[in-house]
Design a binder for this molecule. Structure first.
Ligand SMILES: CC(C)(COP(=O)(O)OP(=O)(O)OC[C@H]1O[C@@H](n2cnc3c(N)ncnc32)[C@H](O)[C@@H]1OP(=O)(O)O)[C@@H](O)C(=O)NCCC(=O)NCCS
Length: 182
C-alpha cells in the first residue's frame, strides 16, 4: 500500500484519491465528458469500471496517481500521475499525465503539474520525465510546453493511429525555469 503525500500549492493541492462511490461517479463524469475524451481518447466507462481502474492504480507500486483538489473548497477537480515501467519510451524514466475535470482554464492544471514535477524531481530524484500527447490536443500541448517539456518525436498511437508527440523534461530544465517557486 502506497502512502501518497499531500502536497500544497496556492490554489490547488494534490494527494490520495478518495475511495468512495461518490468520487467514482464524479471521475466517471470527467472521463466520459467530450473534452476529456478528445484529450485522452478513452470513453464510456461504467462506475464499476472506474472503481476497478482506480483500485488497480492504487495497488500498483509503479503508479502514483494523485487527486487534484481545489484548495478553497477541498473538492476534487482532476488527477495527475507518474507511471513507471512504460515500455513505449527508449529509457527508464517515468511518464506523466494530467486530467482537469472541472474548474479548467483557471491555472489549476499548471499548478498541479508543477507540484507533481517538483515532487518527482526533488523527492524521488528522477532526472527526466516523459509523456505522450495527441498532436491536435492544443490545450495539453501548450500546457506541457509552458512547463518546459520539449517535443522529441511525432509518432502514431498504436491503438488508434492518432498522431502524438513524445515530450520530455529534464530536472535541470525544470529548475532553470525560475519564474515560479513550488
Ligand atoms: C490540458 C488540461 C490539463 C489543461 O488544464 P487547465 O487547468 O485547464 O490548464 P490551465 O488553466 O492551468 O492552463 C495552463 C496553460 O495550458 C494551456 N492551455 C490551457 N487551456 C488551453 C486552451 N483551451 N487553449 C490553448 N491553451 C490552453 C495554456 O498554455 C495555459 O497557460 P496560459 O493560461 O498562460 O495561456 C485540461 O484541459 C484537460 O484536462 N484536458 C483533458 C484531458 C487531457 O487532454 N489531458 C492531457 C492528456 S496528455
Amino acid at each position: 500500500m502506497k502512502n501518497l503525500p499531500i502536497i500544497k500549492g496556492h490554489q490547488v493541492h494534490i494527494g490520495p484519491m478518495p475511495d468512495t462511490t461518490e468520487f467514482y461517479e464524479i471521475y466517471k463524469s470527467w472521463l466520459n465528458s467530450e473534452r476529456v475524451r478528445f484529450g485522452i481518447g478513452d470513453a464510456d466507462y461504467t462506475t464499476e469500471e472506474v472503481a476497478e481502474m482506480l483500485n488497480t492504480w492504487r495497488d500498483d507500486p509503479g503508479n502514483l496517481t494523485f487527486c487534484v483538489y481545489d484548495s478553497a473548497s477541498n473538492q476534487p477537480i482532476g488527477d495527475v500521475c507518474l507511471r513507471y515501467g512504460v515500455e513505449e519510451y527508449d529509457n527508464d524514466y517515468p511518464e506523466t499525465a494530467i486530467m482537469i475535470g472541472r474548474n479548467f482554464g483557471q491555472g489549476n492544471g499548471y499548478e498541479a503539474m508543477r507540484l507533481l514535477l517538483n515532487y518527482a524531481f526533488n523527492e524521488l530524484n528522477y532526472p527526466q520525465i516523459n509523456l505522450s500527447v495527441y498532436e491536435d490536443n492544443t490545450p495539453a500541448v501548450k500546457l506541457y510546453e509552458k512547463l518546459g517539456f520539449k517535443k522529441i518525436k511525432l509518432q502514431n498511437d498504436e491503438t488508434n493511429g492518432r498522431s502524438e508527440y513524445v515530450m520530455m523534461l529534464t530536472k535541470k530544465d525544470f529548475f532553470s525555469d525560475t519564474g515560479y517557486d513550488v
